[in-house]
Design a protein around this ligand. Structure first.
Ligand SMILES: [Zn+2]
Length: 243
């Protein structure tokens, strides 16, 4: 069962999004996401606090996140901030960092990838959004590239329609959404959709594979893409534990 409570958790974000009709002045915000990760931006810091991942199993409720509900043609218009989002049962997955627990709340998808590496996009990117008890956000970004099928194909097997019922996917092993290699690159950034709030801790993971068919189906749902362009680093560093 996915309780409605998990949906309510992100309520304030959705309300804030709806209230802001125009994006905030992006140029005045210094730590925006996504970014292009370059070799020069990376610093190796072996003493970084470890990100520990504790994922179990959960039913997943896939729903279409709308950003154009005020528009009469909104049900068929693909707004660039819309996506397919999977909500998990509260407590079914969490991470810890430096003594703080962050519960997995939802995960969603962008095409092409929002983060780039030396300017290169992956065809898709999955964002696993975690929230602490005080509402601090930690997001794991996973580039999705064509290859053997994975659990990600299962959750994207049937898209929720923009103006219809959510799709129920039973008993997903949340661990299987992540790559086996848990090495991450971290930096301080923001939400990539309005209101672009900062203070989001980003952890960029290694690539995970999905089938070419899944990539093509998601691309056909968002033919003009649903990714924000990369933002200036403004002196930020991307930290990794090791090469
Ligand atoms: Zn995202």
């Amino acid at each position: 069962m996915v309780s409605r409570r998990t949906v309510i958790v992100l309520g304030p974000l959705s309300v804030a999004t709806a209230m802001l009709s125009a994006p905030v002045a992006q140029s005045r915000l210094a730590q925006q996401s996504p970014i292009d990760v370059t070799r020069e931006s990376i610093r190796v810091e072996p003493g970084l606090p470890r990100l520990r991942i504790f994922y179990g199993r959960s039913d997943v409720e896939i729903e279409y996140i709308r950003k154009d509900s005020a528009s009469p043609t909104g049900c068929t218009t693909r707004h660039h901030e819309e996506t397919e989002e999977g909500t998990v049962a509260r407590g079914s997955g969490y991470v810890t960092l430096a003594g703080t627990r962050y519960d997995l709340v939802q995960f969603h998808f962008h095409t092409p990838s929002e983060h780039t590496f030396e300017g290169r996009h992956a065809p898709l990117e999955m964002h696993l959004v975690h929230s602490s008890a005080t509402g601090k956000l930690l997001v794991i970004g996973v580039p999705l590239v064509p290859g053997p099928p994975s659990a990600v194909d299962k959750v994207l097997a049937k898209f929720a329609p923009e103006c219809g019922e959510p799709v129920h996917v039973p008993a997903i092993d949340l661990n299987a959404l992540l790559p086996a290699d848990r090495t991450t690159a971290r930096y301080n950034g923001s939400l990539t959709t309005a209101p672009f709030a900062e203070g989001v801790q980003w952890f960029l993971a290694k690539e995970k594979t999905v089938t070419k068919a899944t990539i093509n189906r998601f691309r056909s749902l968002f033919p003009h893409g649903n990714a924000r362009p990369t933002q200036p680093l403004n002196g930020r560093r991307v930290q990794i534990e090791r090469w």
